[in-house]
Design a protein around this ligand. Structure first.
Ligand SMILES: [Zn+2]
Length: 221
């Protein structure tokens, strides 16, 4: 029963640990996502700025040609090209500004996250340390109890042990209960006088037919 109690407590510790660490995990995931977004936006911005450069040189080239054309048709064709380049430049400039905005916002949020993470890690540190210490202590106690248990189990009659072990495997605890008057200490079902005598006088350990536990005679003391 002590082993079951210790194991139950031991099994809850990883769950508690995950709960304490969960807010940190959420922030760490957000941080990673933002860092990737900033990296993508920076690459995007560089490529837009490259296109912008190309368009601006194109526009300057067309504007220089304006003075050299001889016909109205060629002149208006150049104006159309210049307008097209200007429109592209405007669009690219807007995109670059939007990307810069996004990068700034994400970078600000990243600074906030770093601060929050530092606070939460600090706050969680003590609790996580105490959970780790408790885990180690419980493992130690469990090892001791298992050892004690095995020493006792070796001394128990084989057939009796098999009955007990079946109860233990289905976590039927307590598996051993004292006789209560002439009734089972667990389900309170009455036993025939013959059984009661065997338990109380002969020290027999009896399997209750009603509930399956092992019944023994409790010493008066
Ligand atoms: Zn019973």
């Amino acid at each position: 029963m002590r082993i079951v109690e210790l194991s139950t407590r031991r099994d809850q510790l990883p769950v508690r640990r995950a709960e304490v660490a969960s807010e940190i995990t959420v922030l760490e995931n957000e941080k990673q996502g933002l860092e990737e977004a900033v990296e993508r936006a920076r690459l995007d911005r560089r490529s837009r700025e490259g296109e912008l450069d190309v368009q601006q040189r194109q526009r300057e080239k067309y504007e220089a040609q304006l003075n050299q054309v001889k016909t109205n048709v060629a002149y208006s064709a150049l104006l159309t090209e210049i307008q097209g380049a200007k429109r592209m430049i405007g669009e690219l400039e807007t995109e670059v500004l939007e990307l810069m905005d996004a990068i700034e916002q994400d970078t600000n949020r990243l600074t906030e996250i770093e601060l929050e993470l530092a606070h939460k890690r600090e706050a969680a540190r003590d609790e996580l340390q105490s959970i780790d210490a408790e885990t180690a202590a419980l493992d130690q106690q469990l090892a001791t109890e298992e050892h004690r248990r095995n020493l006792v189990a070796e001394k128990v009659d084989d057939q009796l042990y098999r009955v007990y072990d079946r109860l233990r495997r289905v976590q039927r605890f307590p598996a051993l209960v004292p006789l209560h008057g002439s009734a089972c200490g667990s389900c309170h079902g009455y036993f025939p006088p013959q059984v009661v005598r065997e338990v109380t006088h002969d020290g027999r350990i009896y399997t209750c037919e009603a509930c399956g536990v092992l019944v023994y005679a409790a010493n008066e003391e």
